[in-house]
Design a protein around this ligand. Structure first.
Ligand SMILES: [Zn+2]
Length: 146
């Protein structure tokens, strides 16, 4: 059941921001630069399409109270199938699905992920939202009103 104390509302949508990356660009770092430069606090990631030459991600390995994460780096030609997420208080949190010719990879996008040919990124600002991520005793993130 949803906890009403864990529900937060924005007042509407703001600017739509489109970012085009080229070969060798760092995906997450480029988004972070954009958010800082444009002063974006909160946003919905509408889409990322493109290809990667290097993917760095993590994923959980157990049911332990605190996440036991495995960090993985893949250096193969990959197509991005999906990347979803949000920006809260200026911090992006994106999850990615990308496939190399043999395997599909799914996880939490990390820095170091590098574009192969191109990436097209679209974000939409959320206005009137004032929350931040905090960590609980198990180091699991949760939202709190600012
Ligand atoms: Zn994550």
């Amino acid at each position: 059941m949803s906890n009403p104390q864990r529900v937060f509302h924005g007042t509407g949508l703001g600017r739509v921001i489109v970012l085009n990356l080229k070969r060798g660009d760092l995906l997450l770092e480029s988004v972070r630069d954009l958010l800082a430069r444009e002063g974006v606090k909160n946003a919905a990631l509408l889409s990322i399409v493109g290809s990667l030459q290097k993917l760095v991600y993590h994923r959980p390995l157990s049911f332990a109270p605190s996440a036991e994460d495995e960090f993985i780096t893949v250096e193969k030609p990959m197509e991005i199938g999906m990347c979803s997420g949000m920006v809260i208080n200026g911090q992006p949190h994106f999850h990615i699905v990308a496939a190399d010719p043999q395997e599909t990879h799914v996880g939490h996008l990390e820095e170091g992920t590098t574009v192969l040919y191109l990436a097209e990124i679209m974000l939409c600002e959320i206005e009137g939202l004032s929350i931040q991520r905090k960590l609980d005793a198990n180091k699991t993130a949760y939202f709190e009103q600012m």
